[in-house]
Ligand binder design. Structure first.
Ligand code: DAH
Length: 360
């Protein structure tokens, strides 16, 4: 509807006031359906903006008789105030509704939280990392080698002749082609020495494979190899290194014992024992100790001085260097450390077993 009576030159004050009232009413109805602040502000501009409906209406003010103007001006102010008030009310209602929505979604903070299950590290991983840390502190670097290995790296270069029982089909997994699954981590010694000149000081953790499968053997098991080669590396250094290791791994006060033994790649060779950390190798506990079975000692690996034939195979001059090597079974170390009696637990993936270990 036009704010002025059709055909009339002079606008009629009463009809303008009525028109203004209707504007305010129309605005309230318009914005009741709007649900965002942006829409409401646009509507506000459509009514009150420079080219808005109210402004258009006010343009007729100048043509009113002066006596009528105050009443129309007052009505215009009321309309403006009504529109602004309606905007404020509608925005407040929207904010309230949003808050109610938020509150309805919000969790009850007094309820106990949902637990997020944390994975744990496998005991073999824990033990490998601990051993790596101990040898790293002595300056050993960590090296790894492939599971598929040549017979030369795994046996020949390690002074293990072709007729040695370890090469028997019973022990070693032969793979099609010229490869075998490595039967120990010792070939990493060969790879490391072939890769560069002395000095060499490495440990090599990794899985090895043998055709064994019973309560105390799994066809795959982890070992850690150690090798230190330099101008004057002695048997004493080997003893000191192993001694340091058992102190940190099994606890202060642990002793070591080396028993003469044989490995093709070391001369002399030794079996390495640590004094039993359960009974402390002391009477009377020792007599009934389930770990050392009364001997006071537990076997932890093999060791020795690098055989001159090994140096020859990798092109090191035995007159320039000496070295020691050692090897131990990681599963054995983990069994000892955590009091685990069955080797197969490591590979059965039973969560009840695995969850007993810390997350790392
Ligand atoms: N390779 C040996 C094995 O698997 C362990 C071993 C013994 C490694 C003596 C060595 C060593 O480096 O010196 O039974």
């Amino acid at each position: 509807m036009s704010p002025t009576a059709p055909g009339a030159d002079t606008p009629d004050a009463r009809s303008i006031v009525g028109e203004l009232d209707r504007l305010a009413q129309g605005f309230r109805e318009d914005i009741s359906a709007l649900s965002t602040e942006q829409e409401i502000r646009l509507a506000q501009a459509r009514y009150l903006g420079k080219k808005g409906l109210a402004s258009e209406l006010m343009k007729t003010l100048g043509r009113l008789p002066p006596a009528d103007r105050p009443a129309v001006g007052e009505a215009a102010n009321k309309t403006r105030a009504a529109i602004e008030g309606a905007v404020a009310t509608r925005l407040a209602a929207l904010a309230d509704a949003a808050l109610v929505g938020d509150l309805a979604r919000t969790i009850d903070v007094t309820l106990p939280g949902r637990g997020r299950p944390l994975g744990t590290l496998h005991p073999l991983t824990l033990v490998r990392r601990e051993i790596e840390g101990i040898f790293a502190a002595l300056g050993f670097e960590i090296r790894t080698g492939p599971w598929l290995e040549t017979e030369w790296n795994n046996f020949d270069a390690l002074n293990t002749p072709a007729d040695h029982p370890a090469r028997d089909m019973q022990d070693t997994f032969f793979v099609e082609g010229d490869f075998i699954l490595r039967s120990h981590t010792s070939p990493v010694q060969i790879r490391t020495m072939l890769a560069g000149p002395p000095p060499v000081k490495i440990i090599a953790p990794g899985n090895v494979f043998r055709r064994d499968d019973d309560a105390t053997h799994t066809p795959m098991f982890p070992q850690v190899e150690g090798l230190s080669v330099g101008a004057s590396v002695s048997f004493r250094d080997l003893q000191a290194t192993l001694f340091y290791f058992v102190q940190r791994f099994f606890g202060a006060g642990t002793e070591i014992r080396l028993r003469p033994s044989f490995f093709p790649f070391t001369e002399p060779s030794a079996e390495v024992d640590a004094s039993c950390f359960l009974c402390q190798a002391k009477a009377p506990a020792r007599a009934t100790c389930r770990l050392c079975k009364g001997s006071g000692w537990i076997e932890i690996g093999g060791a020795g001085m690098v055989h001159p034939n090994v140096f020859k195979a990798v092109g090191y001059d035995k007159h320039d260097v000496t070295g020691f090597a050692f090897g131990m079974g990681l599963s054995r170390m983990a069994m000892l450390k955590y009091g685990i009696s069955d080797l197969r637990l490591f590979y059965e993936n039973d969560l009840r077993f695995l969850q007993q270990f810390p997350p790392g």
